[in-house]
Design a protein around this ligand. Structure first.
Ligand code: 4NP
Length: 147
């Protein structure tokens, strides 16, 4: 059974903290452990990108409590499911995963094939925060239905 989920992107300041905040609301009351992290560690300890938090806040979603952190080896034992935002995140996670650890690795948009995309585009560069939030919202809702 999936009881704990970690969302992962590169910086843990745009896509994965957005997924964490949205999924907490969608899964409210189900008792799941939910967190997010980045493969890079470039923004360790930083709050989310203000463009991501502003777009979330416009929709009543609070991201202010989230601080960026890097994925650590223990995450692969702590979490049942690790959800990557794109194919590069998934490759990086596979390279970090300790042999025999329990976490199952998946890509978020595999849960929303109707979007016709395999990766959540990186809004840090593309500045398309509303569109990215919509994608994450839909795919997280679909992911929840599979649990
Ligand atoms: P994220 O976006 O992986 O969705 O958090 C990025 C954030 C920061 C950088 C790249 C992507 N960066 O190059 O600092």
């Amino acid at each position: 059974m999936t009881r704990s989920i970690l969302f992962v992107c590169l910086g843990n300041i745009c896509r994965s903290p957005t997924a964490e905040a949205i999924f907490r609301l969608q899964a409210n009351g189900l008792g799941l452990e939910i967190d997010s992290a980045g493969t890079s560690g470039w923004h360790d300890g930083h709050p989310s990108d203000p463009r991501a938090s502003a777009e979330a806040a416009r929709r009543g979603i609070d991201m202010s409590y989230i601080r960026s952190r890097k994925v650590v080896a223990e995450d692969f034992e702590r979490f049942d499911l690790i959800v990557a935002m794109d194919a590069q995140n998934l490759r990086d996670l596979r390279a970090m995963q300790p042999e025999g650890s329990k976490a199952r690795l998946v890509k978020l948009l595999d849960y929303a094939p109707e979007l016709g995309l395999s990766d959540v585009p990186d809004p840090y560069y593309e500045d398309n925060f509303p569109e990215v939030l919509d994608m994450i919202d839909l795919a997280c809702a679909r992911l929840l239905l599979t649990l």
